[in-house]
Design a protein. Structure first.
Length: 153
C-alpha cells in the first residue's frame, strides 16, 4: 500500500511539474521568426556569391578573348596582305561571348634596338552589367579591363 501511495504521488508530482513547465514547450512559430530574421543575411551572401561569380566570369572571358585576339594577330601573314589588326579585332570579338565589345584598342609596337616588334590588344572600361541588381552599386565593380601583349615571330 505504501508503494502504491509513493507511485501515485510520484506520478502526480511529475504531472504537476509538467504542467508548470508547459510554457517552455510552447514555441510554435519560433522557427519561422528565426528564419525571417536570418533570411536577409542569407540572401545577401547568396547574391554576393552569384554577383562576384558573374564578375569573375566576365573578367576571365575578357582576358581569354584578348589573348586569343593577340595570338590571332601575330599569326597574320603580312606578306600576303593580311592585317594583324583586323585579325586581332575579329578574333577578340568572336571570343567574347558575353556581349558585344566596342572599345578594343590594338597597337603594333615598333621594333627598337633591344625589343622585338609586339602586338598589344587591350580592352579598357568595358562596362560591367550586374546579374542580380540586388547588391548596392558600391559593392559591385563598374568596369572590366584586360590587356595582352605578344611578340611577332
Amino acid at each position: 500500500m505504501l508503494s502504491r501511495i509513493l507511485t501515485f504521488s510520484i506520478v502526480r508530482a511529475f504531472i504537476k511539474q509538467k504542467k508548470s513547465l508547459n510554457f517552455l514547450f510552447k514555441n510554435k512559430g519560433s522557427a519561422a521568426v528565426e528564419f525571417a530574421l536570418c533570411l536577409p543575411f542569407l540572401l545577401l551572401i547568396l547574391f554576393g556569391i552569384m554577383e562576384y561569380g558573374w564578375y569573375l566570369t566576365n573578367q576571365i572571358v575578357l582576358s581569354n578573348a584578348v589573348s586569343c585576339g593577340a595570338r590571332a594577330g601575330i599569326k597574320a601573314k603580312e606578306w600576303e596582305g593580311e592585317s594583324p589588326v583586323t585579325f586581332a579585332r575579329t578574333a577578340t570579338r568572336d571570343s567574347f561571348w558575353i556581349s558585344e565589345l566596342s572599345n578594343i584598342s590594338i597597337n603594333i609596337l615598333g621594333q627598337s634596338l633591344n625589343k622585338p616588334r609586339r602586338l598589344r590588344v587591350s580592352v579598357s572600361n568595358f562596362e560591367y552589367s550586374p546579374l542580380t541588381c540586388f547588391l548596392p552599386s558600391e559593392l559591385i565593380p563598374e568596369y572590366v579591363k584586360a590587356k595582352a601583349i605578344m611578340v611577332f615571330p
